[in-house]
Design a protein. Structure first.
Length: 136
């Protein structure tokens, strides 16, 4: 798998991958998320490709205090081959190059398989409580 930045031309393939992985929600527009992530220097979407075909993604961003990871997805037919772990490491490298001291992510509590995946990579649960309020 080769890793590079997602191109806008790959947006629909990324959305299809996210839908297959169950990452999209009706209240979040994934196409808007892609445009926003690719628009500035503080975020990107890393794309994993085999022979030019998009098979994995990881959205990574930096808010000046900590790094964030979103939309880690691997095509169902390509899972269990280490591609997800490679993308996480690539996101860590992207953030380290920007001097980010840590990487965080939000995972739904019921998604125990994903939590276990990240724990195998050295991630630990935080005692922080997430609060939110819709602004639009």
């Amino acid at each position: 798998m080769e890793i590079g930045d997602l191109s806008l031309a790959e947006s629909e393939a990324a959305v299809a991958l996210w839908e297959e992985a169950g990452l999209t929600r009706p209240w979040n527009d994934p196409r808007s998320d892609i445009r926003l992530a690719l628009a500035g220097p503080d975020s990107t979407i890393l794309a994993g490709r085999i022979e030019g075909r998009l098979i994995a993604t990881a959205m990574v961003g930096w808010d000046g205090h900590r790094g964030w990871l979103y939309y880690l997805a691997v095509a169902k037919a390509e899972r269990r081959r280490g591609y997800g772990a490679r993308l996480v490491r690539a996101a860590e490298d992207w953030l380290a190059a920007r001097q980010a001291p840590k990487l965080q992510m939000l995972i739904r509590a019921e998604n125990q398989a994903v939590i276990a995946f990240y724990e195998t990579l050295g991630y630990r649960r935080s005692d922080a409580v997430m609060l939110q309020r819709a602004l639009r």
